[in-house]
Design a protein around this ligand. Structure first.
Ligand SMILES: Nc1ncnc2c1ncn2[C@@H]1O[C@H](COP(=O)(O)OP(=O)(O)OP(=O)(O)O)[C@@H](O)[C@H]1O
Ligand SMILES: [Mg+2]
Length: 242
């Protein structure tokens, strides 16, 4: 398989009364297996909308999206992905362990395998000591980590993460970054949006930049940084000239 993820000519418009806002205007790109790709762009650029189309939450007005070469609406495509949303809304009345157990059951993971998987993931995201506490009592960083653990429950080949380090303190960000690096070493494909450009620069192989619903750049980090101090400087120049 050439591309693990592909979007072609995506157009999405939101209507507010008589006003039409073109959130995505002919968005096309592809992600290769095993790569870690950062999806960046200003607030309102269309990142979450693109991810929602990719996850099959929303149908585009036109264009197509495939995962593993299959239409995003197909069950096969969905079983092999892990997703962390922009604002992880989990079941606050459940404990972290109960939530992961429920997610495992939804993927048909049962018995001993289920217990081992849940325990391992709690350990991996450093929540073992909080496993039996209600999610409603978790801090922002803990919520983000339990969200990441649920995204990993099915041992996905592709991870789609919407601002995984949003709102985290420097230590929380570092922990998520380390987890992303571990997943990358395991050969997973990771496609994630973020405003943390220094982090993107450290972790990603490639960057896709979107502004006002249009892809303005897709290149390797090495290429992009050529002649620029850092990604932030590149980003500011690129956005200003658009
Ligand atoms: N459900 C919706 N109804 C109406 N407009 C929407 C909806 N979702 C998104 N939009 C609009 O579409 C545009 C793109 O939004 P989107 O959430 O994709 O941006 P984003 O790049 O993820 O931004 P951020 O960095 O702030 O998360 C914005 O102008 C937003 O207001
Ligand atoms: Mg967003």
């Amino acid at each position: 398989m050439k591309n693990i993820l592909e979007v072609s000519n995506l157009c999405v418009a939101f209507r507010h009364g008589k006003q039409v806002h073109q959130a995505l205007a002919d968005v096309s790109f592809a992600v290769k297996p095993g790569s870690t790709v950062g999806f960046i762009g200003p607030n309102g650029a269309g990142k979450t909308t693109t991810l929602h189309v990719l996850l099959g939450f929303m149908a585009p007005d036109s264009g197509s999206a495939t995962l593993f070469g299959q239409d995003v609406q197909s069950a096969v495509a969905r079983n092999r992905i892990g997703y962390l949303s922009e604002n992880p809304e989990s079941y606050k009345f459940m404990t972290g362990k109960e939530y992961l157990t429920l997610t495992a059951r939804l993927f048909g993971i049962k018995g001993k395998e289920q217990q081992v998987r849940v325990a391992d993931l709690l350990e991996e995201v450093e929540l073992t000591d909080h496993a039996n506490k209600k999610i409603g009592t978790y801090s922002r960083g803990m919520l983000q980590r339990i969200g990441l653990a649920q995204a990993l429950i099915n041992d996905p080949d592709l991870l789609i993460l919407d601002e995984p380090t949003n709102g985290l303190d420097p230590i929380g960000r570092m922990k998520i970054r380390q987890l992303i690096e571990q997943l990358k070493e395991q050969g997973k494909t990771i496609f994630f949006s973020s405003h943390e450009l220094s982090e993107i620069e450290t972790v990603c192989d490639e960057i896709i930049m979107i502004a006002r619903g249009k892809i303005i750049k897709h290149d390797t980090v090495d290429h992009l940084l050529n002649g620029h101090q850092n990604l932030e400087q590149y980003f500011l120049n690129a956005i200003q000239s658009h």
